[in-house]
Design a protein around this ligand. Structure first.
Ligand code: GAL
Length: 345
């Protein structure tokens, strides 16, 4: 009898411990703090590796987001350039999909060629995924775009051609897909003293037609269509060093564009970041626009960070709040800023 009682006590303690441990594990798994975007922090993929998608862009296919960008790991083979591809359902947790490898095209020095700011468009007619990137030599004198095509989003991208869009020098590129599905390439052109918004051809393999030329020397160009207005933005030309990013608006993608204004206090230099894309999330309750930017670390490009923040936007105004941790519900489109205490990942 005595033995039985001890045994029962033992089982009781064991069960209690079990319940306690499983509750805590469950809590950890669904912990709010695991669903946080912390601007400037190391952002890790599902394998625990630092996400390599610099100067990148995000596209949505069905219910999945894909993030492409420059993959610049420390141990990369210097003869290749790489594009990182990641997927996510919530824009917070990213699954590594592929490190896409490219060799130097003919006429480019394999050791020194440059592939920057890759962006992928899905062409519903050809069912091809078409990647554009800034293709250059190490002195940035070629000023071209490269185009690569794949029949699946994280498949084998075959390099198909390189050229100067509209015959113009082209350095930083940006991507814009309008609400009607039309696809545009934004590109900065130094001799023209500004940047172009150009429509892609039907098969997306060419840059067809100039839609707008904005005579303002800006790069890192990005565009969003929000409540009847187009908001275009970019950074000044200061290389890897951050500067005050600016925006302008227009009722039509063809312009005329308003004068440019700062998106953040100018002395913050956009909090050390440079624009790469404006990402619109159309949710059931709210449409939010996320400022996607890079905090470059030129001496350790692999360790460059991301600054993603929801923008205050509307009625012709756009403002980047001071970066702080936040979370997002892609279904409703709502975001919440978190105080630092909650933000430890
Ligand atoms: C920046 C540009 C980057 C990279 C860098 C090189 O202005 O946005 O993509 O080209 O210059 O200095």
């Amino acid at each position: 009898m005595k033995f039985l009682k001890n045994y029962e006590i033992f089982v009781f303690i064991l069960t209690t411990c079990f319940i306690f441990i499983s509750c805590n594990t469950a809590k950890k798994k669904h912990n709010f703090s695991n669903s946080i975007i912390t601007p400037g922090a190391v952002w890790r993929d599902n394998n625990g590796n630092q996400i390599q998608a610099h100067g990148g862009g995000v596209i949505k296919l069905d219910d999945t987001y894909y993030w492409f960008g420059e993959y610049r790991a420390k141990d990369d083979n210097p003869l290749y350039r790489y594009v990182g591809c990641y997927s996510s359902k919530d824009l917070i947790h990213w699954t590594f999909r592929k490190k896409i490898q490219f060799s130097a095209p003919d006429g480019f020095n394999p050791k020194t060629w440059v592939l920057e700011r890759p962006k992928v468009f899905y062409n519903a007619k050809t069912r091809n995924y078409v990647m554009y990137f800034h293709l250059d030599d190490n002195h940035y004198r070629k000023a071209e775009v490269g185009v690569a095509v794949s029949d699946s989003v994280d498949g084998t991208y075959q390099f198909v051609r390189h050229f100067r869009p509209l015959g113009k020098e082209s350095r930083d590129i940006g991507q814009f897909i309008d609400d009607d599905g039309s696809a545009y390439l934004i590109f900065e052109s130094r001799p023209s003293g500004g940047f172009f918004i150009a429509k892609l051809s039907d098969d997306y393999l060419n840059v067809d037609k100039q839609v707008s030329f904005i005579k303002e020397p800006l790069e890192g160009g990005a565009l969003v269509h929000y409540k009847g207005l187009y908001y275009v933005m970019g950074s000044h030309l200061s290389g890897w060093r951050a500067n005050p990013n600016v925006y302008a608006t227009s009722k039509s993608i063809e312009g005329p564009w308003s004068t440019f204004k700062n998106i953040a206090p100018p002395d913050s230099n956009t909090y050390g970041a440079q624009s790469t894309m404006l990402l619109k999330i159309v949710g059931s309750k709210k449409t939010s626009v996320i400022f996607m930017a890079d905090i470059w670390k030129p001496k350790n490009l692999w360790d460059s960070r991301y600054l993603w923040m929801p923008l205050q936007i509307g009625d012709g105004n756009m403002w980047l709040p001071e970066p702080k941790p936040w979370t997002l519900n892609v279904q409703t489109g709502e975001y919440t800023f978190l105080d630092q205490g909650q933000a430890k990942n």
